[in-house]
Each structure stands twice: as structure tokens, then as C-alpha cells.
Design a protein around this ligand. Structure first.
Ligand code: ICE
Length: 476
């Protein structure tokens, strides 16, 4: 029967592709496939330029650098450098919860722009940028540093933002970090992640090295120091994760970058172990930490009770028996809490199906959380994953799962019409299309503006799935 389902789904992909002109069809068919048991790869091409003329949900390098990696560093001012539109229209688009007084010592939800005009394009924007950084330091004296996030024109007109960064950094006596994350670079936000990681390596690690050399690193090490990275605290997720790690006796010395500070970026290399949640957006800096400081790093997954328990044990195994015992205690403490929620919702959700489409991590990382609820993932895909992500995905999915890389709006709609999942779990660009098709929908980027979805606070997500099911029953 499973073999039939593989064939049936392959047939569906062929049907859907028929709508395209030949050239586009040839390009798109490489990104669509059906997973077959025991294969070590999903068999799709990825990280390739979107086909012009189709509707892609991808973002740009600026989104990956400013929006994803650097933006959450709360005590720095992140300048959207270029025309006002990029910063304005992406302003507060991604939630990154933080503690602090906005406008005084934290700036996460504010929007700073150099507001480029024609004359800046013609004569260059460096002078304006210097003036802006000087003014900002007067207006917001408690900022700890500045990042310059380049929008498209910066790279085109040949401005020297590195020179500006060095000059203004001396003037204000704080780090100023230039990012060449112009939106035209690369094929998606993914290159922006990479550029942002490289900037941490090139502009932040030297700060650490300097402070360490001069014995000015204000840091008392402990054997249990970990850096929690690749968690952006979208709905408070990093807080929930940190809580579990601290409960088992570890000390989180850096959060990159959700609710994070410049100081936490600087002292990252002082940790004993790096725990990375989002592999896609921060694997680059893990490799730098390993090469430069011999730092070990490991991936973990805090989505859903099964994976949380497994990850806690894997993390604890890197430490002594005290931590390992603590991990068991933490698991024992929260298991009844989780079970109470599962007991309530699993009977209602058992046997339901979901189709996923998210960015670079969640399309695989959340699969076990759905399974804990009795929901089966029948299709999944990434906006901007690379081949290593699709390899990792095979550990999470079942035979006959439909795989769609950089899926177009048309393809996704057609797959949904044919497979009729009970729930779609994707983003704001997809949401209303499917809701108008009377299908329950859950936002997997923003968690529909609710509480965290990793760590222990799964209850809200579970509750929502429960609601989703009720809606579909109501409509049926
Ligand atoms: Fe990583 Mo939306 Fe985060 Fe992932 Fe990344 Fe983005 Fe967020 Fe999504 C993100 S860092 S903003 S876990 S760019 S939800 S890859 S697309 S799946």
C-alpha cells in the first residue's frame, strides 16, 4: 500500500507540473519529490535561484542578516542602511521577545534607517552614515554598539562601510559592525545568515581575543557553561529552553541571539559547549568556534516532549553524572505535565494529517511534536534549506512524504487540494489562501503570535491544534 502511495504522490507531482511551460517545468521538477524509505536524502535540489515569474515565499540576504541573526541583539542599534522601504516594511515582522526598556537600553522593536535619497545614491552615503551613528550615540547613549545592515544600493554604489565602521567605532568607543548583506546577494535569506555569522567571527571574536589577552574579560568560568545558539526567542522559546538547561544544572552564558546582548556575543567563545537549535542559520559560526577555539558543538531539538527528553539526555551525556541525574529529574518532573496535555488532546487529534512549509529548520524539527499529538506529517518543505538539511530531514519523515523545496504558491495549493490535510502549518503568506479554502492553519514562523513552542510550554500550540480540529469539524 505504501508503494502505491509513493507512486500516487509522484503522479500528483507530475500532474501539478503540467501547468508550467517546459523550461519552468524542467527547473521546478528537480525541487519536488516523494520520500522513499531508507533513502539518505530527500532527492531534491535546493539553495538554487527561484524561477522568475512564480510566487516564492523566500526572503533576501538582508532579511537573513538583519531580520534573523543580528536584529535580536537587543542592546545594539541595528541600522537598516539604504532606502527607507526595506527597514520599514520588515519592521517588527519577526518577533524576538526581550527584557529591557525599549529606547533606553534595548532597541529590538525600533526601526533605524539612513533613509537614502537620490543624492545619496549619486554622491555616496558614507558621510550620512557617519552622521547618523554620531547622532544615535547622543540620542541613545546606553546603546552598546551598532550594526550596519546593508540594503541593495550600498553594494551597487561602492560605499566603504568598513571604513565608516572603523572610524565611528573609535569615535563612540563601541563596536560598529558592517554587514554586506545586500538583498541581491545569494538566492534567499540563507546567505544573509552566513554573512551575519562571518561578521560575528570577523568583528566580534577579535573583541573577545583582545579582552582575554588583556585580562579584561569579566567572566568567571564554570565547568557547566553552555552557549545556547540558533534560538531567537520568537515567542519566548529561548527562555523556555534556558529554563530547562538551568534546571539541570547548566549555566547558559550566552544566548545567540534571542533576547541576547552584545556582551553575550563577545563571551560566547568562553563557553564549554555550544548547543545549537537552528542549524541552518548558525552552523557556520559553530564551525568557526570549533576551528578557532576548539569548541565542541551539538545540535538538539526542543520541539515536543519526546524530543525534549531525548535532547536533555544527549546534552547531559556531555557532562558528569550529577548533570545526568538532574536531567532525569527534570524529565520526571515535566512528564506528567506533558502527559496531562497529551491525554486531553491526543484522542481528538489522533489520525489527523498536516502539511508543513517553513524556512530552514522547522520543516523537520517540529515533525516529532506533531507525532506526539498523533498527527501525521504527509508533506514538508523548506524555503531555503541546503542539501545537509534535506539529508537530516530523512531521519524525521515517513515513506511517501511529499517533499517540496522553495514551493511555489500554485504548487502548494494544488498539493493541498489533492491531499486534503486536516491542518496546514506554514507562514503568513500562506495563511489566508488556505483559510479561505476553509482549512485550519497554524503559523509556524510566529506561532500565531502565541507562547513558545519549544521547551516545556507546548500547551498553547497543542491547544491551538485542538481548536483547529474543532474548526474543521464545525465546517464539515
Ligand atoms: Fe532557523 Mo521564519 Fe528560525 Fe527557521 Fe530561520 Fe526563518 Fe524563523 Fe523559520 C527561521 S532562524 S524567521 S528556525 S530564517 S520561522 S531557519 S523562516 S524555519
Amino acid at each position: 500500500e505504501n508503494k502505491n502511495l509513493v507512486d500516487e504522490n509522484k503522479e500528483l507531482i507530475k500532474e501539478v507540473l503540467k501547468a508550467y511551460p517546459e523550461k519552468s517545468r524542467k527547473k521546478r521538477e528537480k525541487h519536488l519529490n516523494v520520500h522513499e524509505e531508507n533513502k539518505s536524502d530527500c532527492g531534491v535540489k535546493s539553495n538554487i535561484k527561484s524561477v522568475p515569474g512564480v510566487m516564492t515565499a523566500r526572503g533576501c540576504a538582508y532579511a537573513g542578516s538583519k531580520g534573523v541573526v543580528w536584529g535580536p541583539i537587543k542592546d545594539m542599534i541595528h541600522i537598516s542602511h539604504g532606502p527607507v522601504g526595506c527597514g520599514y516594511w520588515s519592521w517588527s515582522g519577526r518577533r524576538n521577545y526581550y527584557v529591557g526598556v525599549t529606547g533606553i537600553n534595548s532597541f529590538g522593536t525600533m526601526h533605524f534607517t539612513s533613509d537614502f535619497q537620490e543624492r545619496d545614491i549619486v554622491f555616496g552615503g558614507d558621510k550620512k552614515l557617519v552622521k547618523l551613528i554620531e547622532e544615535l550615540d547622543v540620542l541613545f547613549p546606553l546603546n552598546r554598539g551598532v550594526s550596519i545592515q546593508s540594503e541593495c544600493p550600498i553594494g551597487l554604489i561602492g560605499d566603504d562601510i568598513e571604513a565608516v565602521a572603523k572610524k565611528t567605532s573609535k569615535q563612540i568607543g563601541k563596536p560598529v559592525v558592517p554587514l554586506r548583506c545586500e538583498g541581491f546577494r545569494g538566492v534567499s535569506q540563507s546567505l544573509g545568515h552566513h554573512i551575519a555569522n562571518d561578521a560575528i567571527r570577523d568583528w566580534i571574536f577579535p573583541e573577545y581575543d583582545k579582552l582575554k589577552k588583556e585580562n579584561r574579560l569579566d567572566f568567571e568560568p564554570s565547568p557547566y557553561d553552555v552557549a545556547l545558539i540558533g534560538d531567537y526567542n520568537i515567542g519566548g522559546d529561548a527562555w523556555a529552553s534556558r529554563m530547562l538547561l538551568e534546571e539541570m544544572g547548566l549555566r547558559v552564558v550566552a544566548q545567540w541571539s534571542g533576547d541576547g546582548t552584545l556582551n553575550e556575543l563577545i563571551q560566547g567563545p568562553a563557553a564549554k559547549l555550544v548547543l545549537i537549535h537552528c542549524y541552518r542559520s548558525m552552523n557556520y559560526i559553530c564551525r568557526s568556534l570549533e576551528e578557532q577555539y576548539g569548541m565542541p558543538w551539538m545540535e538538539f531539538n526542543f520541539f515536543g516532549p519526546t524530543k525534549i527528553a531525548a535532547s536533555l539526555r544527549e546534552i547531559a551525556a556531555k557532562f558528569d553524572s550529577k548533570i545526568q541525574e538532574n536531567a532525569e529529574k527534570v524529565i520526571a518532573k515535566y512528564t506528567p505535565v506533558m502527559n496531562a496535555v497529551l491525554d486531553k488532546y491526543r484522542p481528538r487529534l489522533e489520525g489527523n494529517t498536516v502539511m508543513l512549509y517553513v524556512g530552514g529548520l522547522r520543516p523537520r524539527h517540529v515533525v516529532p511534536a506533531f507525532e506526539d499529538l498523533g498527527i501525521k506529517v504527509i508533506g514538508t518543505g523548506y524555503e531555503f534549506a541546503h542539501n545537509d538539511d534535506y539529508k537530516r530531514t530523512t531521519h524525521y519523515i515517513d515513506n511517501a512524504t511529499i517533499i517540496y523545496d522553495d514551493v511555489t504558491a500554485y504548487e502548494f495549493e494544488e498539493f493541498v487540494k489533492a491531499k486534503k490535510p486536516d491542518l496546514i502549518a506554514s507562514g503568513i503568506k500562506e495563511k489566508y489562501v488556505f483559510q479561505k479554502m476553509a482549512l485550519p492553519f497554524r503559523q509556524m514562523h510566529s506561532w500565531d503570535y502565541s507562547e513558545p513552542s519549544d521547551g516545556v510550554q507546548m500547551s498553547d500550540q497543542i491547544r491551538f491544534f485542538g481548536e483547529g480540529r474543532k474548526i474543521s469539524l464545525f465546517l464539515a
